[in-house]
Structures are given as C-alpha cells and as structure tokens.
Design a protein around this ligand. Structure first.
Ligand code: NAD
Ligand code: UDP
Length: 343
C-alpha cells in the first residue's frame, strides 16, 4: 500500500518514510529539495535495504500532482511540504502564504480531482500542523480544545490550512483527514545516518546546541532566564522524531481503518527547560556546551507542553523516548555528519 509523502525528503518526512516501511507500507517521496538534499534517498535505502521511490517536483504544480496521484494511486497522503522558519515568515510573509497555503490548496485540488475520477478511492490525508496554533497558551498542559491564535505568518498559515481542511471535510464527507499538531521535534535516526540538517544558522535550540558541541559554534545564547519557570529559561515539550514518525503511521492506520477525521497533539506531555537540554546534551556528547544568557527572543512563550491523552485514546500512540535518548541520537548524527548531508 503506497503512501505519498509531500516533503518526504525533509527532516520529519524522511524518518516517517522509514517507519512506514517498517510497518509494511510503501512510501513515495515527493520533494523539490528546497530545504533538503537528494542524498537523503541514499540514506533511506541504506537504512531500509530497499530503494524508495522519488517524485521530484513542486506541490504548487497541481496538474503534475494529479499525474503523480494517478500513477501511484496511494491509499493516503502525508503533507509535510512547506516552509517552517518563523523569523523568515515575519520577513517574507507572502513566501509562506504562497508555499504553505498555496501548496495545501494545490494538493487538496489534485486529490479532489483524482477522487472525482475514481470514487472508489477515499481521499485520505495526514497534515503536519504545529503547537504554534495555540499561540501563547493560557495554561499547560495544552489540550486540543484550547483556543487557537497566531503570532506570525508561519503559524497563521497552519491555522488557515487547518480551517481549509475542515471546510473540505464538511463539503465532502468522503474525506478522511488526520491533523497532527507537533510540539518540538528533535533527535535523529539511531543509525546516525539521518537527522535534522538546517541550512545556515539554526533557529531551533537542539540543532544549535549540537553545532556548539561539535565545535562549529562558540557558544549558545540562552534567550532569557527570567521566565516564570523553575530555572527561569523557556520550557518546551521536546519529542523524538522517531516517536513522531510512529505517530504518523498510527494516524494513517487509524484513517485507513475508517476512523473519523481527527486533530491530535503529538507531544510527550513533559516539559524541559533550555538548561535541561544543555545539561542532557553535555551528558550525551561528553562535551561542554558553553552558553551565555541573552535577552528574551521576541514572540517566545514561557512554557508549552502537550496533553497527549487524545492521541493515546484515538490512535493508541504515545511517545516513548526520553530527553537523554533525543540528545544521544542527535549527537550520533551530528558527530558523524558535522556538515549534514552536504558533506
Ligand atoms: P523540512 O524543511 O525538513 O521538510 C519540508 C520538506 O518540504 C523539505 O524537504 C522541502 O524541500 C520540501 N518542500 C518545501 N516546499 C515544497 C514544495 N513547494 N514542493 C515540494 N516540496 C517542498 O521540515 P520538517 O521539519 O520536516 O517539517 C515538516 C512539516 O512539519 C512542515 O510542514 C513543518 O511546518 C511542520 N512542522 C515542523 C516542526 C519542526 O519543528 N520541525 C514543528 C511543527 C510542524
Ligand atoms: N532557545 C535558546 N537559544 C537558541 C534557540 C532557542 O535559548 O539559540 C530557546 C527558546 O527561547 C525556547 C526554546 O529554546 O525557549 C526552544 O526554542 P525553539 O526555537 O527550538 O522552539 P520553539 O520556540 O519554536 O518552541
């Protein structure tokens, strides 16, 4: 059974491709490599022992997407493709509205057209949403019924896509949609062959810490130590990308088992501070992580972690990996591939 992964060569998509193969599915990776590297396909083949199909192109090209869907006839689509840098989205909002919202519209149009030709196919879609749709939450842990808001064009694009998916499902009850709100994905494949490969200076904490450990950056800036949290630094729900990948398999299996559409948090339910991450990474790598306290980063919330109970109830899924494992796997990837896939 084929599953089409838009953005499948990216960080989360590549790990999900492995998990799908292990669960007996046949992933087809669709990517334009705007933020990934074709070498990922070689790594996928090394890990899984088989070649993974690639469709190289752009999700904005609806006619081509229709052709891909007709040729492969996937039983489901997981839509990872999109841009994800919050700061860039503030500077270049139209890039985000065009690629993220436009990409989702293009995909839904292509799926609708192919479904209209063959109504025996059920349009089945899993969408990569984000905890960013909760904005600055009034309390923690966060449940799916919390009010949604946005503080930047990236978050706005996720919110709009969630609403578009709901409207499409309301208009056509044949659709099955699983919306997954990720908390903070980190970690790497335990083989050390695949991991997160940010271009330029990493925005996110874990890849930045990993680059400090490997000696590429001098020190970490800790953005604020005066938050109302136990050690004053920001608290987040870091989730191992392997757990996230398993969550996608569970979501696809639930939708193919004729479950209703759903929206669930994918998080561990535990919060860790910036300094918790620094100390765990020092332990995993055996290297010191020098840091300096810097001013708060604009737009950051003090703390954010999930109530993951609904995902357990609906999908039978829960995160298994600890922060120590997240750091150990990140370190294995970073130390074996100091400059990522670019060699
Ligand atoms: P990523 O950048 O590693 O992967 C996205 C992939 O999509 C890349 O390979 C890129 O080349 C591809 N892509 C982008 N635009 C495309 C287009 N128009 N056509 C074809 N391919 C295109 O990002 P990721 O971390 O794997 O994230 C995957 C999804 O999860 C994104 O939608 C992101 O917004 C969402 N998400 C990520 C995080 C996170 O922290 N990583 C958190 C919450 C949600
Ligand atoms: N952070 C930091 N230094 C960095 C990057 C991030 O102190 O170089 C902090 C950030 O303020 C937040 C936490 O680490 O408290 C997680 O940030 P990240 O960007 O990884 O995730 P997000 O803010 O999107 O949850």
């Amino acid at each position: 059974m084929k599953i089409l992964l838009t953005g499948g060569a990216g960080y989360i998509g590549s790990h999900t491709a492995v998990a799908l193969i292990e669960a007996g599915f046949e992933p087809v990776v669709l990517d334009n490599f705007a933020n990934s590297h074709p070498l990922v396909l070689d790594r996928l083949a090394r890990i899984t022992g088989r070649p993974v199909s690639l469709e190289r192109g752009d999700v904005l090209d609806t006619a081509w997407l229709q052709d891909v869907l007709r040729r492969h006839r996937p039983v489901g689509v997981i839509h990872f493709a999109g841009d994800k840098a919050v700061g860039e989205s503030v500077a270049q909002p139209l890039k985000y509205f065009h690629n993220n919202i436009g990409g989702a519209v293009s995909l839904m149009r292509a799926m609708s057209a192919v479904h209209a030709e063959d109504t025996t196919l059920t349009p089945t879609l899993v969408f990569s949403s984000s905890a960013t749709v909760y904005g600055d939450p009034a309390s923690v842990p966060i449940t799916e019924s919390f009010p949604r808001s946005h503080t930047n064009p990236y978050g706005h694009s996720k919110l709009v896509i969630e609403d578009m998916l709901a409207a499409v499902c309301a208009a056509n009850p044949a659709w099955r949609v699983g919306t997954l709100r990720y908390f903070n994905p980190v970690g790497a494949h335990p083989s050390g062959l695949m991991g997160e490969d940010p271009s330029g200076i990493p925005n996110n904490l874990m890849p930045y810490v990993a680059q400090v450990a490997v000696g590429q950056r001098e020190h970490l800036n800790v953005y604020g130590n005066d938050y109302p949290t136990p050690d004053g630094t920001g608290v987040r729900d870091y989730i191992h990308v392997q757990d996230l990948a398993a969550g996608h398999v569970a979501a696809i299996q639930a939708l193919l088992g004729r479950s209703e559409s759903f929206t669930v948090n994918l998080g561990t339910g535990q919060g860790h501070s910036v300094l918790d991450v620094v100390h765990a990474f020092e332990k995993a790598s055996g290297r010191p992580i020098p840091y300096q306290i810097a001013p708060r980063r604009a737009g950051d919330v003090a703390q954010c972690w999930a109530d993951p109970a609904l995902a357990l109830r609906l999908l039978g899924w829960q995160a298994k990996h600890s922060l120590d494992e997240m750091c150990a796997d990140t370190w294995r990837w970073q130390s074996a591939n100091p400059t990522g896939y670019r060699g």
